[in-house]
Ligand binder design. Structure first.
Ligand code: AMP
Ligand code: MG
Length: 423
């Protein structure tokens, strides 16, 4: 039995007016939270605030009450709007000093880029004397590490790749060295064809009352649900054993809907089945405009199973490239079973592939008719001998309709391939 251990809680404070007005999406928090989680530090809160002295001081005060680790990003630039550094000096009752190492780094960067070194840039080398400098190899603003009354504070630049470099090179190793950390293990599986509430019903009898050190999360997206099991312990071997046992039980309960027993995307699942069978696929995309191809080619190694896509948006393209009959389109319309079936046979022959997927629909907000309202989508999947076509209705905005069409199409393709290959 695993003994529950004292948690190390962290808070992430992201600073910058741009985050509050929606100009910049806070990707830093997600990255930092992922990295902290890997080493067993639980992120208790994420706080976003503007470049305002009082707000920064208040946040530091408030977060340090119940978090032992506080990671701060942003507000370290050389311009007047960035005030994190002097505010930290005030908070730690420190004075600003020039750090020679940082000064050299800033000078080197300016020399390398052949730019004049100004007074303003020299300011980047000033740090509160209460901190340990974390050298920034990717930019001019250094990271700063503070400790006060049992709490670790780390201030990092807002620029995502500089922040990420500092987290990986300095912050994580230093936290591991300083703290006695729990082991946190995540296991994720992917399901399709069942909504999260029904999935919960299927799992509930066995997973209703989990001990405090085990968590089960439902993460629905695009008609599929990811289930994540998290076990935390101070003993790596015990945690591993426990997570294996629980995960095995979970996979048993959801077997009929399971797409993968790891945290991968559906396009990667298709890629790996095809690769194993040495088969190839292609797509013929009208309403998804190449989005399916984009998803597939975003996964490394896509070339071993994907030959290409025909983005046949206009009727002319469907006819000229894929050989869809002019009459078919005139008689039945571009968004029809007849057209989508011809798109499948066309793309299979043009691309010389074993399997194909095709989409044609009305994504909105305009273009709907009473017979074919916005959100009407025909999706087909097939091989040389057989095509399965299905009409769907999606009721969201254009972007989401495209995403849902692509993911629904990929799941139809996955099921078709599994049956055809007898997997
Ligand atoms: P700063 O350190 O405040 O000068 O920020 C430098 C750059 O990093 C700006 O372009 C910001 O938009 C970006 N940035 C700041 N905070 C974040 C964040 N939390 N997530 C993503 N980008 C950010
Ligand atoms: Mg800023």
């Amino acid at each position: 039995m695993i003994t529950a251990m004292k948690e190390i809680n962290a808070s992430i404070i992201t600073i910058g007016d741009e985050l509050l007005i929606g100009q910049t999406i806070d990707t830093n928090s997600a990255f930092i939270a992922t990295e902290l989680n890997k080493i067993g530090i639980w992120v208790k809160r994420r706080v976003a605030i503007g470049d305002v002295k009082e707000e920064i001081l208040d946040a530091l005060q408030a977060e340090s009450k119940d978090c032992q680790v506080i990671i701060i990003t942003g507000g370290l630039g050389p311009t007047a709007d960035d005030i994190t550094k002097p505010t930290l000096a005030e908070y730690f009752k420190a004075k600003m000093i020039v750090d020679e190492g940082v000064l050299q780094n800033v000078k080197d960067i300016f020399t390398r880029f052949n730019r004049p070194f100004t007074e303003r840039n020299a300011k980047q080398a000033e740090v509160p004397d209460a901190c340990t400098v974390l050298p920034n190899k990717r930019g001019t603003a250094p990271g700063m590490w503070f400790e006060k009354e049992g709490v670790i504070y780390v201030s990092l630049p807002g620029v995502p790749h500089e922040m990420a470099g500092l987290i990986e090179d300095s912050v994580i190793p230093k936290l591991k060295e300083k703290l006695q950390l729990a082991v946190v293990i995540h296991r994720t599986l992917l399901t399709a064809g069942i909504g999260e509430s029904f999935l919960a019903d299927a799992i509930a009898p066995d997973f209703k009352t989990l001990p405090a050190h085990i968590k089960l999360a439902y993460l629905p997206a695009f008609g599929m649900v990811r289930l994540r099991l998290t076990v935390r312990s101070d003993n790596a071997a015990e945690a591993e054993q426990e997570v294996d046992r629980q995960f095995e039980q979970l996979t048993g309960l959801v077997k009929q809907w399971m797409v993968a027993d790891k945290d991968i995307k559906i396009e990667e699942v298709i890629g790996s089945i095809l690769k194993e069978k040495s088969k190839f696929m292609a797509s013929a995309e009208s309403c998804t405009g190449g989005y399916i191809a984009h998803l597939i080619t975003s996964a490394p190694g896509a070339s071993s199973s994907f030959k290409g896509s025909v983005v046949c948006y206009a009727n002319e393209a469907k006819e000229n490239i894929l050989g869809v009959q002019h009459d078919t389109i005139v008689t039945h319309g571009a968004v029809s079973e007849e057209t989508i079936r011809e798109m499948i046979s066309g793309v299979i022959s043009v691309m010389n592939v074993d399997y194909a997927v095709a989409t044609s629909g009305i994504m909105g907000p305009n273009g709907g008719t009473p017979e074919k309202p916005v959100g009407t989508v025909w999706i087909a999947v097939g091989d040389k001998d057989k095509t399965v076509a299905k009409k769907h209705f999606f009721r969201y905005d254009r972007k989401r309709n495209i995403e849902l069409t692509a993911h629904t199409a990929l799941n139809m393709l996955r099921l078709f391939i599994l049956e055809a290959e007898g997997v």
